[in-house]
Design a protein. Structure first.
Length: 115
């Protein structure tokens, strides 16, 4: 199983673990093949991530970042750079943490209302 962000889900992926909202209601059962209606339901319930069957698609994060505006990417890189200013970005673990932090920051920025 792989935990995939809601914006990286695509129709045809299969749910690996029941998707349950905070009050305990099951939104999607394990094994369900995701379609557009499911994606709308998950978004309306505020679901952020879903466990899917199999491995995480290698380009899921890249596809998400490709949809980000240059301004969002610049802001995310600046914020993450500031947070990691005392770390060695050439270290593989730090580089991966910074990459994930940029993705998280872009997700945060994309969910904020535009001014």
């Amino acid at each position: 199983m792989a935990l995939v962000e809601i914006d990286s889900l695509v129709p045809g992926m299969k749910v690996g673990k029941d998707v349950v909202e905070s009050s305990g209601q099951t939104l999607l059962r394990s094994g369900t093949e995701i379609n557009e209606k499911h994606l709308r339901i998950l978004r309306s319930w505020g679901v952020q991530q879903v466990d899917i069957e199999g491995d995480k698609p290698p380009d899921a994060d890249d596809n998400f970042l490709a949809r980000a505006t240059p301004a969002m990417l610049d802001r995310a890189h600046a914020t993450v750079g500031d947070r990691f200013r005392r770390a060695d970005p050439s270290h593989p673990a730090i580089a991966e943490l910074m990459r994930l932090a940029v993705i998280d920051e872009v997700r945060s920025l994309s969910s904020q209302p535009s001014p």
